[in-house]
Design a protein around this ligand. Structure first.
Ligand SMILES: [Zn+2]
Length: 262
């Protein structure tokens, strides 16, 4: 099974809101340009092969890996793609289409350019719902169908890959994606196992957070123990959320705001 890394935006130090969604919640997943370059250098030294960037025939073995980016922030076009290409790599960019062309997100022209340079463009829904797993079946189908159509129109070919916003995966989310023509859907579950829902391949990804060291990010590719640790942490968080529910969310939000204000 491939190992899939999940990045978001890359911004200059102190300019978190320059790309992608604004605010402390989104900033937790943004890396500085220096950190990002450091990650890529370290990964390039350790990886035995280049990241895969073809949707058809994404190999199902453990030495293959992908590097994915969610949301469609401006930094995809202004920083990330150049850094990948410097290493002869290509990435997977998942775009929340309602934000295309707004100030901190990629424009249509930038997305077309990324596609022409060999990067993969996929859907990350239209509106990036706060919790997509709470949407009705009709809403889900609309989110996937319209976003794929918008992107297909931009890149001039069908869009058959997607990633689940916020990591709020559910079977209904996958069923709707499959009905919209998505053949390969990434969620944010830190796992190398995959399965299919109505013919759509569902793959997990390992999250990269702000402040994660280059060694740590590289270890996600090279060390089953490190991957297991992220999976264990994810399971614990999931359990805490289901027990504490809204309380967990409120406390976490307040802590984040405090950290961001400092
Ligand atoms: Zn997202």
């Amino acid at each position: 099974m491939p190992i899939n890394l999940l990045y978001h935006d890359v911004t200059a130090a102190g300019a978190d809101d320059a790309s992608g969604f604004a605010g402390p919640e989104a900033a937790r997943y943004k890396l500085t340009s220096e950190d990002f370059r450091c990650h890529l250098d370290r990964i390039a030294n350790a990886a035995t092969q280049q990241p895969v960037a073809v949707a058809d025939g994404l190999p199902a073995n453990e030495s293959s890996w992908t590097i994915t980016f969610d949301d469609g922030g401006l930094s995809n076009a202004t920083i990330i793609a150049d850094e990948l290409e410097r290493r002869h790599w290509r990435g997977w960019f998942f775009i929340a289409t309602d934000f295309i062309g707004s100030p901190t997100f990629c424009s249509k022209e930038q997305l077309r350019d990324l596609h022409q340079r060999g990067h993969l463009i996929g859907s990350h829904s239209c509106s990036h719902p706060e919790r997509i797993s709470n949407c009705s079946a009709a809403q889900l189908l609309d989110e996937w169908t319209r976003s794929c159509a918008v992107l297909a129109d931009i890149i001039g070919q069908p869009v058959t890959t997607g990633s689940v916003p916020g990591g709020f995966y559910s079977t209904a989310v996958a069923q709707a994606a499959s009905q919209a023509g998505i053949k390969l859907l990434f969620n944010s579950e830190p796992t190398t196992s995959e399965f299919t829902v109505e013919g759509c391949r569902i793959l997990g990804r390992y999250n990269i957070y702000r402040g994660m060291t280059a060694d740590d990010a590289t270890a996600l590719l090279t060390s089953p123990v490190r991957r297991w640790r992220q999976a264990a942490f994810w399971m614990a968080k999931k359990a805490a959320k289901s027990v504490a529910g809204p309380l967990y969310k409120a406390v976490r939000k307040r802590l984040l705001q405090q950290a961001y204000a400092q």
